[in-house]
Design a protein around this ligand. Structure first.
Ligand code: HEM
Length: 89
């Protein structure tokens, strides 16, 4: 693999990992910690929930794009394996 491609993959992987950690924390905090609906009325925690939902959604979208780029960068390897195992001609 060329050096330029390797450094692109490294960057994509590091950013993906950071986004994954953000996705896990915002998803789990919203699900298990923050109050929801009527429970959270008049409470600043409801704003925190909305903030975390926005972060979770945008991080999720960027994460999906980065995973697609990750697959594209690995495409020659994936293609050669698909050929090797007879899944692709
Ligand atoms: C591509 C990655 C992801 C996308 C696109 C995504 C998207 C979403 C969306 C749209 C919601 C609903 C938010 C709302 O209430 O409006 C949600 C909720 C949730 N997500 Fe994710 N998510 C992703 C990854 C993850 C990961 C890695 C975790 C790991 C823990 C996670 C945990 C959760 C949890 C626990 C909830 C429920 C929160 C609640 O009940 O309030 N998500 N996610």
């Amino acid at each position: 693999m060329s050096n330029g491609k390797y450094s692109k993959l490294w960057t994509v992987n590091v950013i993906s990992f950071i986004l994954f950690v953000i996705l896990c924390s915002t998803g789990l905090i919203n699900w298990l910690v923050l109050p929801r609906g009527y429970e959270a009325r008049g409470n600043f925690l409801v704003s925190l929930r909305h903030f975390f939902i926005a972060i979770h959604e945008w991080a999720g979208l960027i994460f999906i794009v980065l995973i697609a780029i990750h697959i594209i960068l690995h495409w020659p390897y994936i293609k050669s394996n698909l050929k090797k195992y007879g899944i692709m001609k």
